[in-house]
Design a protein. Structure first.
Length: 218
């Protein structure tokens, strides 16, 4: 529960309290969502997020949150990481395209974002390392489905340049693999999700750092 209701980005943090979202810290790209770019030393109410907020994820310079099943993002958008089909920065929360209901999980890191909606995994933003998992290295300004992740996805985690998800109890990862963070026994970049070697099923939780991952099994 705490992992979903509190999130620390690179230079800012956010927390959900009584279904209301507050953020503080660096705000140079509008990542606090209060309509300004003013640094805040104390928790500040995010515009329009005074009820119904369940999950928050703070990235390097943008933030996303689920409110009443709808996904909103704000902050830096130079690589399309806000998912609203533009590359324009927003200092207040905006609805992510095609994410107006049924969203149950979100993970933002670096300059890309992933979310689970109705059991399907979607990603958008920076994709030079294949971290969106759609088989390309083209940036996406709006959510695209991740290859072979069209059902039964239960959790998602994102690193700076890679993404991982749990599907039917197994972990799959894609993107940058310079440090072996894909977990397939190689250091080759993967543009579509591949199963983590030797981990098998029974995975119940997953977390991603900048260039590494950890999982809980059984």
């Amino acid at each position: 529960e705490d992992r979903l209701t509190f999130s620390a980005g690179f230079l800012h943090s956010c927390s959900v309290r009584d279904a209301t979202l507050f953020c503080w810290g660096d705000n140079s790209t509008g990542q606090l969502g209060d309509g300004t770019t003013t640094l805040r030393n104390l928790p500040t109410l995010v515009t329009g997020m005074n009820s119904g907020v369940s999950i928050v994820s703070a990235a390097g310079s943008h933030t996303c949150a689920i409110r009443n099943g709808m996904l909103f993002c704000w902050g830096s958008n130079g690589r399309g990481q806000l998912g609203n089909n533009t590359v324009t920065q927003s200092n207040v929360p905006i609805t992510v395209t095609d994410m107006a209901g049924g969203v149950v999980a979100v993970a933002a890191h670096g300059d890309h974002t992933c979310a689970i909606r109705q059991g399907m995994l979607f990603c958008w933003g920076w994709n030079v390392y294949g971290q969106l998992g759609d088989g390309t290295t083209a940036n996406r300004n709006r959510p695209v489905t991740v290859t072979n992740m069209l059902s039964d996805v239960s959790a998602v985690a994102t690193g700076v340049h890679h993404s991982c998800a749990i599907q039917q109890g197994e972990v799959f990862c894609c993107g940058d693999n310079t440090f072996g963070q894909i977990g397939d026994g190689t250091t080759a970049q993967r543009n579509t999700p591949v199963a983590v070697s030797g981990l098998g099923g029974g995975i119940t939780a997953l977390a991603a750092g900048a260039h590494h991952n950890c999982a809980i099994r059984n």
